[in-house]
Design a protein around this ligand. Structure first.
Ligand code: FAD
Length: 333
C-alpha cells in the first residue's frame, strides 16, 4: 500500500473543501481500503467523512424518505419504517455481506463500490477498466460475469442497495464546493462501460453524495429483494432480483423488476414488468415474468447457468413481494 495522508472531517463543508488534488473520500473504508491494499488504487490523500454526523440517519419526509449516505447497511435493514414500507431496501441491505461488514459499510459507499471482476481487482491485470485495451474476462474465467449488455466489459453491478434503490425510483443528492447541489437518479448515476470503461459513475472528484432520496411508495405497494450466491454466507450475488409491485387488490397495476448481477450496471427488465402489468400475481404469471427476464441474454463461455438462475430469482422474488411465498431458504446472505 502507498503512503497517504488523511483529513478527518466533521462537517460537509470541511469535507468538500478537502476534495481536491486527487483526494479520495473514505466512508466505512471497506471497499476503498481493499482496492488500496490490492494495489489497484493509490490515492495520496483520503478525506475521512466517517464522523460527519449530518450525513447519517433516516428521515421520513412528506415526499418519502431521506437517508444520509453514512447510514450503515445494518441501520437501514433494521429500521422499522423501512422494514414495513420499503421491504426491498431492508432485504437488500440486510442480506449484503456479513453482520460485521453491515455494521461498518455505509449505503453511500455501497452504491459506489467498484466491480468485483477478479481481473479488475488484481494489480497483475491491466484491463480496459484501467485504461488499457484488453478485457481478460471474455476469453478467461467468466463464470460470475454478465449475460446482458456487456460489449466492452462483462463485470457485473456489485451493489445490492442499488438494485433496491432503482426499484424504488431513488436518487442521490450530490454536493460540490464549486457547483452546489444536483440530483441524479440511480439509473443515471452509473456509467455503462460501453460509453466510458474507466468511469464508473457520473460523480466528479470534488463531489460528495450528501443524501439518498426515495419517493413515497404508491398505495398498494409491496416489494422484496433476494440474492443468490455460490455459498449461503458472505459473498456478492451471482444473481439477484428486486421487485416492486403496485397492487389493486389481486391485480398488479405496475411492476418494477430489477436485476443486479446480470449486467455491468443495474437494469430494469421491461419484458418482465410488462408480463405482470394488469395481471393477477400467481405461480404462473410470476414464472412467465421470470422467463422473459432473460430474453435476449447472451452468456459467456462459463456462465450459461445464469440463464436458469435469473428466471428463478425473479419468479421467487415476485411471489415473495406478493406475500405468496416465504423468503427462499436457498437465497444467500
Ligand atoms: C466479504 C464481502 C462481501 C460483500 N457482499 C456484498 C453484497 O452481497 N452486496 C453488496 O452490495 N455489497 C457487498 N459487499 C461490499 C460492501 O457492502 C461495500 O464494500 C461497502 O458497502 C462499502 O461501503 P463503505 O462505507 O465501506 O465504502 P468505502 O470503501 O469507504 O467507499 C467506497 C467508494 O465510495 C466512495 N464514497 C463513499 N462514500 C461516499 C460519499 N458519501 N460521497 C462520495 N463518494 C463516496 C469512496 O471514495 C469509494 O470510492 C461485500 C464486501 C465484502 C468484504
Amino acid at each position: 500500500m502507498n503512503r497517504f495522508s488523511m483529513a478527518d472531517c466533521t462537517t460537509v463543508d470541511a469535507a468538500l473543501s478537502q476534495l481536491k488534488d486527487g483526494a479520495v473520500v473514505k466512508a466505512g473504508g471497506v471497499d476503498l481500503l481493499d482496492r488500496m491494499k490490492d494495489g489497484i488504487e493509490e490515492p495520496t490523500r483520503l478525506v475521512n467523512i466517517r464522523n460527519v454526523a449530518e450525513l447519517r440517519g433516516i428521515r421520513e419526509t412528506d415526499h418519502g424518505l431521506t437517508i444520509g449516505p453514512l447510514t450503515t447497511l445494518a441501520e437501514i435493514s433494521d429500521h422499522p419504517l423501512i422494514r414495513a414500507q420499503y421491504q426491498i431496501l431492508s432485504d437488500a441491505c440486510g442480506h449484503a455481506a456479513t453482520p460485521h461488514i453491515r455494521n461498518m459499510a455505509t449505503v453511500g459507499g455501497n452504491l459506489l463500490q467498484r466491480v468485483q471482476c477478479w481481473y479488475y481487482r488484481s494489480a497483475d491485470f491491466q484491463c480496459i477498466r484501467k485504461g488499457k485495451d484488453l478485457c481478460f474476462a471474455f476469453d478467461g474465467l467468466n463464470q460470475y460475469h454478465a449475460i446482458m449488455e456487456y460489449a466492452t466489459c462483462p463485470s457485473v453491478a456489485p451493489s445490492s442497495a442499488a438494485v433496491a434503490l432503482l426499484g424504488l425510483n431513488g436518487s442521490v443528492e450530490l454536493s460540490s464546493a464549486k457547483r452546489g447541489k444536483r440530483t441524479v437518479g440511480i439509473k443515471e448515476l452509473y456509467v455503462v462501460p460501453d460509453a466510458n470503461p474507466t468511469k464508473f459513475t457520473v460523480i466528479e472528484p470534488d463531489e460528495l453524495i450528501t443524501a439518498i432520496v426515495i419517493p413515497k411508495p404508491a398505495p398498494g405497494t409491496r416489494s422484496a429483494y433476494q440474492k443468490y450466491g455460490e455459498k449461503e454466507s458472505f459473498d456478492w450475488a451471482i444473481a439477484d432480483a428486486g421487485v416492486v409491485l403496485e397492487m389493486d387488490g389481486d391485480i398488479c397495476r405496475r411492476a418494477v423488476i430489477v436485476m443486479g448481477a446480470a449486467s455491468p450496471v443495474v437494469r430494469r427488465s421491461p419484458q418482465a414488468e410488462a408480463a405482470l402489468a394488469g395481471k393477477t400475481i400467481n405461480e404462473e404469471t410470476a414464472r412467465a415474468a421470470g422467463k422473459v427476464a432473460v430474453e435476449g441474454a447472451t452468456p459467456l463461455s462459463m456462465n450459461a447457468y445464469k440463464l436458469d438462475l435469473f428466471p428463478v430469482a425473479v419468479y421467487r422474488t415476485i411471489l415473495l413481494a406478493a406475500g405468496q411465498r416465504d423468503r427462499d431458504p436457498s437465497a444467500a446472505g
